[in-house]
Ligand binder design. Sequence first.
Ligand code: WT7
Length: 653
Amino acid sequence: MTDHRDEIEALLHEDRTFAPSPAFVAQANVDASIYDAAAADPVAYWAEQAERLTWGVPFTSTLEWNRPVATWFGDGQLNAAVNCVDRHVAVGNGDKVAYYFVGEPDGDTRTITYADLAREVAKAANALTELGVSAGDRVAIYMPMIPEAVVAMLACARIGAPHSVVFGGFSADALASRILDADCRVVITADGGYRRGAASGLKVNVDAALEQCPLVTSVLVVRRTGQEVSFTAGRDHWWHDLVDRQSSTHAAQLFPAEHPLYVMYTSGTTAKPKGILHTTGGYLTHVATTHSMVFDLKPATDVVWTAADIGWVTGHSYIVYGPLCNGATSVLYEGVPDAGGRDRWWRIVEEYGVTILYTAPTTIRTLMKWGEEHPERHDLSSLRLLGSVGEPINPEAWMWYRRVIGGDRCPIVDTWWQTETGGIMASPLPGVTATKPGAAMRALPGISIDVVDDDGRSVGNGEGGFLVVREPWPGMTRGIWGDPARFVETYFSQLPGVYFAGDGAKRDDDGDLWVLGRIDDVMNVSGHRLSTAEVEHALVAHPAVAEAAVVGASDATTGQAIVAFVTLRLDAVVDDDLVESLRLHVGQMIGPIAKPRQVLITPELPKTRSGKIMRRLLRDVAEQRTLGDTTTLVDPAVVAMIDELMRSAPADD
Ligand code: WT7
């Protein structure tokens, strides 16, 4: 099922535990008593954590649980942007830096204080109001990693308009389907962004997407790269025209705790991505709490760098909402890790004195591949804590991260969570929990994770099963946009009454938690979530393709890589470029991240008597393993033939 699984499995029983250092323990935000206190009364625990926020109307009810929909802090009211920005300015922290923005081109930097952010968010909120956006309206955001992206999100939150941020790497088609699904009428974008030394085109994709979205009335465009873009009169507005002339004050309104804050699309097991809905009070409580506890945040002195894109939930929770609720200082970096040299990241750490670095295993493995000489050239002594997220981290990468980047001094928090959970669910608490390379260790206080068998019974130590969450938590998704039935079916029907995460997990002999990866047809490519069905859907839309089967195969760098098996239509034009054009076609339909590593054209696909394609065997083929049981196939010769084809196929990158 997952990358590096064998390596993780082999180490499960090895005793390699790192106890917290006395120096870290002495200054940690929490101690071990927090687990017991939370377990004794989880609802009271979360009510206490919610006091981190500023409530315009205090809540009196903490939780109502009408399985599967939770209402947290139901009668409370607050404003998300006020919690992220205004309240820090109000207590005299206006001059504190909210973001050190580092653009990809060398020297392209900006420092944004909380007071700056307050002014910009007020202006943008006024501009959105002028465009006719009001509370409840959805706004799509399709932007590079620039400060205006954060401002746009907060401006939406301020006026109660849920945002739907679409990752800038997605194609025009993918953007259009997301705009249509949430019925967004306004899109905020930029001409482009800088990526790998070149200017990407974003506005051009918006223009193409909007051909399918006639109801969009306004597009707000940030000038980032200066590239030429076409403008549709009446619909398109430059940010510097419309936003800059607005008043820099804006009276914020209170919204109920359960008011929708945002929708974030993520892949499920079908071809159609799900719009995961998050609301305000519970979500902010969860991300503020976890950002403080898991990263041992000291807002006055830390410089936190969550090296993720705001187009994914990690960016929402740990670049924007968590750090801002806590009044922290963050680095916001636009580009790729090797822009301007393979030591670019370490230059940033040194220059800004980054204390907390949070990234994905796939990036750690890439940095590792580039060699130790790059980090060694820089002073990384400011770092005091390292985090990992997005996929299982293989112990080798974990050990490298600890030794080379963390100088054997920084605790590593391997954080398990999902778009649906809103924030971190399982992770060591630094200064409290011991760590093991590759283990998420245990559920956070107030979170009831379990590992269960097919019947929903807890498994014992040393055994594997499904990862579930037994009780509601504040950051949990409140539903799938426009599809309540799919919500129940996906998360609450496999095992009655509990949240089914879709991951396999194991408790080791000490009872510590190891998350092993997806047990469904969801792939994890470089920490990006994609469904096999989505890629198959794109492939069969190509005129040459009859049938397609897609699997996620282990990959040393990206965790999993997409391998596609296709059969062709009788009238297909077959030439040397066909495989490449199929890859490009998928890239065009979904985005470059979805391009298969390999496409194998085969006369047939292995099927069972009931006509089901056996992906399990195709995964064996893709990973060049001994084939598993083939007795249920109509014709075992088919898979043997594909296996042969695979072995003779040229290996590509
Ligand atoms: C899936 C969720 C969480 C934000 C980024 C990804 C995998 C995530 C870990 C981890 C093992 C992990 C799971 C999960 N995953 N973190 N620390 N160890 N697996 O969010 O795109 O919603 O993907 O990522 O398989 O289900 P996402």
